[in-house]
Design a protein around this ligand. Structure first.
Ligand code: 2P0
Length: 326
């Protein structure tokens, strides 16, 4: 019997991924760029079993419905590539919140890609894992890599994440209680592409934003990286809010946190705000400013949990060996 365990960390995009050019292959309409964090890892074990079905246990409970169906579809892809019919028992634990807009699907599918590849005997190099993780969840392609990475748009062969030289970055994650997520990011992404009049502008402008972001990162221009981070987030939310029926992920406290981060800048602490498909706000800052930013966000009374994060590692197979599928 073959088993393997892998650990991966969530990532937060500085240039957002929002829209697909190919839903079946999960190819993005544009490239994106993110920082893999050093908090909230997902640890996943894949064990090949003799039984007739896959089993998926998440955070100690049996998973059903869409999460389980996505894991089975992913394992089907792995089996097809490995030439195996073996079923698997998948056990996954998120150290952070699940499905709360804190990128648990990114760390989840990155960890699953690595553990399944090791258990079924598929290649474990970063481009192969990133291409595979992409099929589970687009943003998972970036959680294969440590630190700052760019996930390329392209075709099935070329759409994977690669490292980008960057100044050291930190992030402060401020959770905002916006209630349960009303619309999943996958559904909202599809709805934006189908109905938002701003979607074409989002795609065109994001290509330029990404080129500028990579150049800013490579020349160590933290200020421009921060400015582009806020720009990308607000443009993404603008295009989401314009879809029909509209989706609004930002809560009043989220908007107030963007204002608080702007006030911090005028006080001399150079932080920039971003937000994903939910009400939580993440402040980008220099590593030496992270505690000052965290204190300010805690003191604002606008956030629940406030978590300080640095640049995290890429996915790692922590146990088990690559072996031929049984
Ligand atoms: C990102 N997000 O770049 C963007 C910003 C959320 C907001 O990637 O359909 O779960 O599985 O490819 O990766 C969330 O979307 O979507 C996401 P699928 P995913 O991080």
């Amino acid at each position: 019997m073959t088993a393997a365990t892998a650990r991966a960390y969530p990532n937060i995009a500085l240039v957002k991924y929002w829209g697909k050019q190919d839903a079946a292959l999960n190819l993005p309409a544009t490239g994106s760029l993110s920082l893999t964090l050093d908090v909230f890892p997902t640890t996943t074990t894949v064990e090949l079993v003799d039984g007739p079905e896959d089993a998926f246990e998440l955070n100690g409970g049996v998973a059903t419905g869409t999460p389980a169906a996505r894991v089975v579809a992913f394992l089907d892809l792995v089996r097809e590539r490995a030439g195996s019919t073996a079923r698997a028992r998948v056990t996954s634990v998120n150290a952070g919140p699940t499905g709360a807009g804190l990128a648990s699907s990114a760390s989840g599918f990155a960890a699953l890609a690595a553990a399944a590849s090791a258990a079924y005997g598929l290649p474990l190099d970063a481009p192969s894992l990133s291409r595979l993780a992409r099929r589970g969840s687009g943003s998972a392609a970036r959680s294969i890599l440590p630190g700052v990475s760019v996930w390329h748009a392209g075709d099935d062969e070329s759409s994977y994440a690669e490292p980008v030289a960057s100044p050291e970055l930190a992030m402060v994650v401020a959770t905002v209680d916006g209630g349960p997520k009303a619309v999943s990011s996958r559904e909202a992404m599809n709805r934006t592409a189908a109905t938002s009049p701003y979607y074409d502008g989002w795609v065109t402008s994001t290509r330029a934003t990404l080129d500028e972001m990579v150049a800013a990162a490579e020349r160590g221009d933290y200020t421009r990286m921060g400015e582009l981070t806020e720009l990308s987030a607000l443009r993404m939310h603008a295009s989401i809010q314009a879809c029909d029926p509209p989706v609004r992920y930002l809560a009043p406290a989220s908007v107030a946190l963007f204002d608080r981060v702007a006030a911090l800048r005028s006080e001399g602490v150079e932080a920039y705000a971003t937000a994903d498909a939910g009400p939580n706000v993440v402040a980008l800052c220099r590593p030496q400013d992270r505690d000052a930013v965290a204190d300010a966000l805690r003191g604002s009374g606008l956030a629940g949990e406030v978590t300080v994060a640095g640049s995290g590692p890429g996915v790692e197979v922590t146990d088990g060996r690559a072996g031929a599928a049984s």
